[in-house]
Design a protein around this ligand. Structure first.
Ligand code: C2O
Ligand code: CU
Length: 466
C-alpha cells in the first residue's frame, strides 16, 4: 500500500487521471477485419449449441514479430456469437489455456450459476456445458474472462468476444443490419508493445488501470477502415482495460446514436460525440455520403486518430441517407412515476485509487454476500463515486445479470444517450447516480468497477438474488 502521508499535494494530483499513458494516432497501415460469426455446433428448432474455447495463440501485430496472445476459438479476440431472443442455448466451454479462467457473459440476463463470475473457474484442460434461455431484447453484448484476480491480464492478452442478440423489432429492420456489409463491430483497445513488439502485461501493468500507447481496432494496430459513401452501422465496444474514449469525427459531422449496452434507445439521438468507458457498447449510424472528400478520421477527444476511414464512391444511384431513420421509434423505455418515487434501498460507494480501491469500504471476499435482492423486483440503487482528499478518479460501475435504467445523474434527468438499458455506467469523482435494478433470474452476481485492475484489486461485491 502507498503511504499517502509522504506525498505532496502535487504527487497526489498526479495520480489517477494523470497516470493515463498518451495514446498515439493510428497510422492507418492495416485494413481492419471483422470477427467471424460463430457457427453453431448444432441447431435443432429453437435449440442451438456452440463451443467456445479459450486458447493460446500467436498474433503478428507488426510484420515479422509474433507475440503470444489469447483468443476464443482463435489467436486473438473471439468470434461473434449470434443469439435470438427466446432461443435455448447450450454452450460447451473449453479451457485450453495453461491457467484458470472463467467465461463471463457481460450483459446477458441469465441465472447466476451460468454467468461466469470468478467462482465458476475452469482449470486448464477442463470443459463444462452450460445452458440458458435468451430472454432479452436485441443488443450488442460481449464475453470475457473473469478469474479473480487475473481478469485484467487475460483480457489484455486478447480474450474478448461479441454476442449479438436479435429479436423481432420491426422498426429496427429498417436500420442497416447486414453483418460485414453495412453493419460492423469496432472493438477498441489500447495496448503497449515492448521493443520486440511483444505484448507483456506484467511490464506495463498499472494498478490504476493499464493504458497503452497503441490503439487497436478489432485487434489491428495502426488500423484503417475502407467503406463506401453510404450509411453504415458501427457497433463500438470499448474492450480496453481502463481507457475512456470520447469519440467523434474530425470533420465534426453528426451521427445517430441508436443503441447502448442493453439495446436500442427509444429513438436515434443525433450527436457529434460519444463517450465510452471500458465494457460499454454504443451503436451508431454514420452517413458517409455526407463526407466531402474521401477521408474522415474517427478521433478521440484529444485529436488522436483512432480509425482513419477511407471512402470510396458508392455505386448506388440514390444514396441512402439517415434522414428517414432519424425519427424511427426503436424502443419504449421509461422510468415510471412509481420508480421515480421509490426510495433508495441500496447504496454503493466507490472509492480509492490504485490498490486502495473499495466498494462500501470493503474489498471483494468470495465468502461474503454484500447485498440481497428478490428476483423480478425492482430496487433503486444509488451509486456514488466518492471524492476524497486526493480528488479521486473515474470509476466504471457494472452489474452482472441485469440491464438497468438510469433514473438520475446528480439529481438530474440523464441525457438521452443514458436513457436506454445499461449494464455499465461511468462516474466522475463526486458524481452520484440513481438506477432502477431488476434481476430476472436467481443466483449470485458480481458488481464491480470495470477498470479491470480495480476489479482485480478487489473493487467488487456480490449480490444474492433469490
Ligand atoms: Cu464485463 Cu464482471 O464484467
Ligand atoms: Cu475503478
Amino acid at each position: 500500500n502507498m503511504d499517502h502521508s509522504k506525498m505532496s499535494k502535487d504527487d497526489i494530483k498526479n495520480m489517477g487521471h494523470d497516470n493515463i499513458v498518451p495514446l498515439n494516432s493510428s497510422k492507418g497501415k492495416n485494413e481492419i477485419t471483422f470477427p467471424e460469426i460463430l457457427k453453431p455446433a448444432s441447431v435443432n428448432g429453437n435449440n442451438v449449441s456452440y463451443t467456445i474455447t479459450a486458447q493460446q495463440g500467436k498474433t503478428e501485430f507488426y510484420p515479422g514479430h509474433k507475440s503470444n496472445t489469447f483468443g476464443y476459438n482463435g489467436n486473438l479476440l473471439g468470434p461473434v456469437v449470434k443469439l435470438k431472443n427466446g432461443q435455448h442455448v447450450t454452450i460447451n466451454l473449453v479451457n485450453h489455456l495453461n491457467e484458470d479462467t472463467t467465461f463471463h457473459f457481460h450483459g446477458l440476463e441469465i441465472p447466476g450459476d451460468v454467468d461466469g463470475g470468478p467462482e465458476q473457474v475452469l482449470k486448464p484442460g477442463e470443459e463444462k456445458t452450460i445452458s440458458f434461455k435468451v430472454n432479452q431484447e436485441a443488443a450488442t453484448l460481449w464475453f470475457h474472462p473473469h478469474p479473480s484476480p487475473h481478469t485484467a491480464e487475460q483480457v489484455y492478452k486478447g480474450l474478448a468476444g461479441l454476442i449479438y442478440i436479435e429479436d423481432n423489432n420491426n422498426n429496427a429492420k429498417k436500420l442497416p443490419h447486414e453483418y460485414g456489409v453495412n453493419d460492423f463491430p469496432l472493438i477498441i483497445q489500447d495496448k503497449s508493445f515492448d521493443s520486440n513488439k511483444q505484448l507483456d502485461y506484467k511490464k506495463v501493468k498499472n494498478d490504476d488501470g493499464t493504458t497503452g500507447h497503441t490503439v487497436l481496432v478489432n485487434g489491428k494496430v495502426d488500423p484503417k477502415f475502407t467503406f463506401k459513401k453510404e450509411l453504415v452501422r458501427l457497433r463500438i465496444l470499448d474492450a480496453s482495460n481502463a481507457r475512456v474514449y470520447k469519440l467523434k469525427f474530425d470533420n465534426g459531422m453528426k451521427f445517430e446514436h441508436i443503441a447502448s449496452d442493453g439495446g436500442y434507445l427509444n429513438k436515434p439521438d443525433k450527436v457529434s460525440e460519444i463517450q465510452t468507458a471500458p465494457s460499454e457498447r454504443n451503436e451508431i449510424l454514420v452517413d458517409f455520403s455526407k463526407v466531402k472528400g474521401n477521408k474522415v478520421n474517427l478521433i478521440n477527444e484529444d485529436g488522436k486518430v483512432i480509425l482513419p476511414i477511407h471512402l470510396i464512391n458508392s455505386n448506388k444511384g440514390t444514396k441512402k441517407s439517415d434522414d428517414k431513420i432519424s425519427n424511427l421509434s426503436l424502443n419504449n423505455i421509461h422510468v415510471s412515476p412509481k420508480e421515480k418515487e421509490m426510495k433508495i434501498t441500496k447504496k454503493v460507494v466507490l472509492a480509492g485509487m490504485g490498490k486502495d480501491v473499495t466498494i462500501n469500504g470493503k474489498k471483494f471476499d468470495k465468502n461474503r454476500i454484500d447485498f440481497n435482492q428478490k428476483v423480478n423486483k425492482t430496487e433503486i440503487w444509488e451509486i456514488e463515486n466518492k471524492k476524497d482528499a486526493m480528488g479521486g478518479m473515474e470509476h466504471t460501475f457494472h452489474i452482472h445479470g441485469t440491464q438497468f435504467k438510469v433514473i438520475s445523474v446528480d439529481g438530474k434527468t440523464p441525457l438521452e444517450e443514458m436513457q436506454g438499458y445499461k449494464d455499465t455506467i461511468s462516474l466522475e469523482p463526486g458524481q452520484k447516480v440513481k438506477i432502477a435494478v431488476k434481476f430476472n433470474h436467481k443466483g449470485i452476481y458480481m458488481y464491480h468497477c470495470h477498470t479491470l485492475e480495480h476489479e482485480d484489486n478487489g473493487m467488487m461485491g456480490q449480490i444474492k438474488v433469490s
